[in-house]
Design a protein around this ligand. Structure first.
Ligand code: NAD
Length: 357
């Protein structure tokens, strides 16, 4: 009795530190396929909760819950700020994507998404392939970014939004969005980073590039006449703009004091390790483009494209990321705030307005 009481107490979710305003948290179990998943719907004020499905070998369900709660809340903010009529949600499947995934497992996940009747709309995230999503789509219509529902790979739109965001940042700092002659350090040359580098090159910027994967660096040297640096030094080279397009938490107590650039604007998710790192950038006079604002092109393409719509609307909304960032920068300067705090406030203001309407 005592042990039971204790375990119930320790697994309580309602006082979870990330619980916030979440509307639904669904724990999914399918014994036949071994599926264990959590679907978190954070907020549906603006519309159905759209957010990707992540497959990750979490050490325990508590870590999976924490991730689902944080990521779904993040999607509410991202979708709100991007001007989408969609709420925020996220699914996590507790499994090793290399060993445990099967068609049957993904189909079982799809059946559980279907049961939510469209409150949650799923899409690809870390550990999920296009084929996995096709399996999900055989069981539910509440899925985006599959062959039948959209434009396919979202990264070209993410890259377009990042490029527009870099121009808006450059305009704010230098008074003109002209990139010719600017030196830009691009860290990470994957799907997004390479395409951002291409656009920067075409706009006349001088490129310094880095990646832990040598062929990606060679490709950028060949295509753009770029100079290579060690990935660990990408943030500290003499450059006007630093563009992180690798992994998160690259802006931290060690790296921020070493940055030479006047602007940090890139695609990577969760760039600031802590809020204090955003304050530190501001103190150093470095303009930071909030990650979830500048990298929203991908979710815009997933949300708005239909099989036969073409990409006109998606491109328009993605290009508008530049205007959103200009608004954020001006307001942050006016209020003595940081861009990431203003971005959060603007996302919350849109939600509050929709709630009171
Ligand atoms: P990707 O896996 O295609 O590319 C990442 C690249 O970074 C790889 O080439 C990898 O070798 C390199 N890399 C990894 N660690 C590195 C390090 N320490 N230093 C330098 N390079 C390193 O991923 P992607 O789709 O291009 O996404 C890049 C970033 O943008 C990620 O943080 C992702 O979460 C974020 N993002 C992507 C999209 C999208 O549409 N793909 C949308 C929003 C955000």
């Amino acid at each position: 009795m005592n042990a039971l009481h204790k375990s119930v107490h320790h697994s309580a979710v309602f006082d979870h530190p990330e619980m916030g305003d979440h509307e639904d948290i669904v724990f999914v179990q399918d014994k036949a396929t071994g599926l264990k998943a959590i679907i978190a719907v954070h907020d549906t004020t603006l519309g159905p909760a759209l957010g990707g499905c992540r497959v990750w070998p979490y050490e325990n369900p508590a870590d999976a819950l924490t991730d689902a709660l944080r990521l779904s809340r993040g999607m509410t903010y991202k979708n709100s700020l991007a001007g989408l009529d969609l709420g925020g949600g996220k699914a996590v499947i507790i499994a090793d994507p290399r060993k445990d995934k099967s068609e049957a497992l993904m189909e079982a996940f799809g059946r559980h998404v279907e049961r939510l009747s469209g409150t949650y709309i799923t899409a690809e995230d870390v550990g999920v392939s296009p084929d996995d999503m096709e399996a999900v789509a055989r069981q539910t219509a509440h899925v985006r970014g599959t062959k039948a529902t959209g434009l396919g790979d979202p990264s070209p739109y993410t890259a377009l939004g990042v490029f527009e965001g870099i121009k808006a940042s450059t305009k704010f700092v230098y008074g003109s969005s002209d990139l010719s002659g600017k030196t830009v350090s691009v860290q990470g040359l994957g799907h997004v980073g390479h395409d951002v580098a291409r656009q920067l090159h075409e706009a006349g910027a001088r490129l310094i590039v880095s990646d832990i994967h040598a062929p990606a660096v060679l490709r950028a040297i060949d295509a753009f006449g770029a100079t290579a640096v060690d990935p660990a030094e990408a943030h500290m080279v003499e450059a006007d703009i630093f563009v992180p397009c690798a992994l998160g938490a690259g802006l931290n107590a060690r790296t921020v004091p070493q940055i030479q650039a006047k602007i940090v604007a890139g695609a990577a998710n969760n760039q600031l390790q802590t809020p204090a790192d955003g304050e530190a950038l501001k103190k150093r006079g470095i303009l930071y483009a909030p990650d979830y604002a500048i990298n929203a092109g991908g979710v815009i393409s997933i949300a708005l494209a239909t099989a036969d719509s073409g990409d006109k609307l998606v491109r328009e909304k993605t290009i508008a990321i530049g205007e959103t960032l200009a608004t954020i920068f001006e307001r942050a300067a006016r209020e003595g705030s940081t861009p990431e705090r203003v971005a959060d406030t603007m996302a919350e203001e849109r939600l509050a307005k929709a709630k009171s309407a």
